[in-house]
Design a binder for this molecule. Structure first.
Ligand code: ARG
Length: 466
């Protein structure tokens, strides 16, 4: 197919360069967005008297037919075109002759591609956000069923203090809530039309940018025509939000991988989201969790590539910018696939409450509570800490749990006697269930607080999915 810009005979593009420059294999995906923006442009050209009304109507109708033909498969995007924008103009011209040739008045491929791409990115922000909300909903279902399921909480991957499975899963939700907000925010900023910016300096024709923005459904126009064609922030913001989200998913997935290991055995993953081994018949591997973790790198890499692609580019448009789409689409596809798999993975978790509870019997997770027990009786915290440490040491030596202490054990430090501590009372205070129930701070693991967190997130989901 001839390029839009070649006129007359003379030497043409070398076929290798032509192939190298072509973006069609990638940007054909923008064909529907480009049709939408082109229809708005044609309507505006007619309204402004830049082309006859009848021609504008013919263009709008023919673009609608092209859309139908593409959807039905009656028409395929011509792979020899330089890009999707060239293809559409050529197709209009093939069908409408001179009328087709009139559509490019007052626009350039620079504002055309910026508009179609921005529209795509804005919608992608909304769609990915919806998938994040679905994932949160799946997590809340698990939390809901496990408000009282005791398990160890870890720091440095060492058992630290008792929490509940609900509390742990709600930690993932807190991060995912921020992620959803980031995509909402990015969608708001992406909601501005570059169309009418032309190549870089607008147009000498009476192009009405506000009108095309309104017709496309952008909430405003971008405020500088050079910025409009040079800017790819929307893609970068989506990519940065996706990178952060993939980082969060990779951490939650790592938790699931650990929990599913035979060393932990806190959960089983149902066959919907685990795979077998081709050689070891006993295996149930958490492959989806691992692959989400693995794909995070691809998203981080593409964000980096987008930033480097744009770094130092002179204003305004440069062909380097064409690289934006391949990088973006790969992020978008990876992100949406990972979110869908994550949702199913979370739904497939089968917790083993007995194993989690048993893990609380080793590791002296109630040691902080020993100290706090003394603080409540007026002992300064550092002294209470020392007393608790000595008590833990004694239990380690005697190979018993903190909840098996006797009155004689409390002789390890005078603070216990000063506080009037009874071993029976302390042992009761150290029941994991009691430890958790006391942690009543906002956001804490106490079942009452967990209930509140779940209710708040459900209310947020309800509003956010409207
Ligand atoms: N395929 C190009 C891109 O994706 C469209 C814009 C081409 N503009 C130009 N001045 N060569 O960026």
């Amino acid at each position: 197919m001839a390029t839009l810009w070649q006129v007359g005979g003379g030497e043409g593009l070398d076929p290798a360069v032509d192939r190298f420059l072509s973006s069609l294999a990638v940007d054909a995906r923008l064909v529907f967005e480009d049709i939408e923006c082109s229809q708005a442009h044609a309507i505006m050209l007619g309204e402004q008297g830049i082309i006859p009304h009848a021609d504008a109507s013919a263009l709008v109708d023919e673009l609608a037919k092209i859309r139908k033909d593409l959807e039905s498969g009656a028409l395929a995007v011509d792979q020899s075109a330089e890009d999707v924008h060239s293809f559409l103009e050529a197709e209009l011209t093939r069908r409408l002759g001179d009328i087709g040739k009139s559509i490019h008045a007052g626009r350039s491929r620079n504002d055309q591609v910026a508009a179609a791409f921005k529209l795509h990115v804005r919608n992608a922000c909304r769609q990915t956000r919806a998938r994040v909300l679905d994932a949160v909903s799946a997590c809340l279902d698990v939390a809901e069923r496990n408000i009282e399921t005791l398990m160890p909480g870890y720091t440095h991957l060492q058992r630290a203090q008792p929490v509940t499975l609900a509390h742990h899963v709600l930690a993932w939700c807190a991060a995912l809530e921020r992620d959803a907000d980031r995509f909402a925010d990015a969608a708001t900023r992406a909601n501005e039309s570059p169309l009418g910016a032309g190549a870089l300096a607008g147009s000498g024709l009476s192009v009405d940018r506000e009108r095309t923005a309104e017709l496309i459904g952008f909430s405003r126009v971008s405020m500088n025509t050079m910025d409009a064609v040079a800017d790819r922030d929307a893609a970068i913001e989506y990519a940065a939000s996706a990178a952060t989200l993939m980082m969060h998913l990779s951490r939650a997935c790592e938790d699931i991988v650990l929990w599913a290991s035979s060393e932990y055995s806190f959960v089983k993953i149902s066959p919907r989201a685990s795979t077998g081994s081709s050689i070891m018949p006993q295996k149930r591997n958490p492959d989806p969790a691992e692959l989400i973790r693995g794909k995070a790198g691809r998203v981080f890499g593409n964000l980096q590539a987008l930033l480097v692609m744009e770094k130092g580019l002179p204003y305004a448009y440069n062909r380097d910018l064409q690289e934006d789409k391949a990088l973006f689409f790969e992020i978008e596809e990876t992100m949406n696939g990972a979110l869908e798999a994550f949702k199913v993975l979370v739904q497939s978790i089968e917790p083993d409450a007995g194993r989690m509870r048993a893990a609380l019997d080793e590791g002296y997770l109630e040691a902080t509570d020993v100290a706090e027990f003394l603080v409540k009786a007026g002992v300064p915290f550092r002294t209470a800490y020392q007393a608790a440490k000595l008590l833990v040491q004694r239990c380690v030596d005697e190979q018993k749990s903190l909840r098996a202490i006797t009155q004689a054990d409390l002789a390890v430090h005078e603070a216990f006697e000063k506080a009037g501590a009874s071993a029976a009372e302390l042992a009761e205070y150290l029941e994991p269930q009691a430890c958790v129930a006391r942690r009543m701070q906002t956001g804490g693991p106490a079942p009452l607080r967990t209930r509140e967190q779940i209710d708040r997130l459900r209310a947020w989901l309800h509003l956010a999915t409207r």
